[in-house]
Write a protein that binds this ligand. Structure first.
Ligand SMILES: [Zn+2]
Ligand SMILES: [Zn+2]
Length: 187
């Protein structure tokens, strides 16, 4: 679906759509949206730009970074953007065209700028980008998730194991050596 800027010039354009986002549409392939993204919003002409307000609601499936178990989460994401018509006729417009997400100086600092292509906003692209951006760096099924035992691999949320976590995590071993060198130099 494309939002035509011209349709909002005489009054706010409102829409509601269910956008299907398949796995290949997302660059973060650890996220899956099994249903569709419910997307509603309005496009308002503020002159010379437009204000795009939208709300995305969907349920997505992620894999816990600690215990590797898939889990689902509901998302309710209110968003707002300044939309420029994207005619590069001056330095400011050229900046906006170069960086679609950088806000221009004259605009509210917390609003991102979208540049319309051929007088329209591609709603599908917008939804895909926002779903991607909303995937956490380290998804966790629960803030209290205890993860897998690094030694025997059991899911510590379900089973206790008898491993003793005395050994230094191999990822820190290098750092440990540096620390020993440093403290050695100091004494
Ligand atoms: Zn977990
Ligand atoms: Zn263990």
């Amino acid at each position: 679906m494309h939002l035509q800027l011209d349709q909002a010039r005489n009054g706010p354009l409102r829409w509601r759509d269910a956008v299907r986002v398949a796995a290949p549409d997302l660059r973060r392939d650890e996220a899956l949206v099994p249903g569709s993204v419910d997307c509603e919003g309005s496009l308002t002409f503020t002159g010379p730009d437009f204000l795009l307000q939208t709300r995305l609601r969907y349920r997505y499936r992620l894999r816990c970074d600690r215990c590797l178990t898939p889990y689902e989460e509901d998302v309710d994401l209110p968003l707002a953007f300044v939309v420029t018509a994207g005619v590069p006729d001056g330095p400011a417009a050229a900046d906006a065209a170069g960086d679609a997400h950088g806000a221009r100086e004259l605009e509210a600092e917390d609003l991102s700028t979208l540049v319309a292509v051929d007088g329209a906003v591609d709603l599908f692209r917008l939804v895909c980008e926002q779903v991607e951006l909303n995937v956490p760096m380290k998804p966790t099924c629960d803030s209290a998730c205890r993860g897998l035992c690094p030694q025997c691999g059991v899911d510590r949320n379900r089973e206790a194991c008898t491993c003793v976590s005395e050994s230094v995590d191999p990822r820190w071993a290098g750092l440990e050596a540096v620390r020993e060198r440093l403290t050695g130099n100091l004494t």
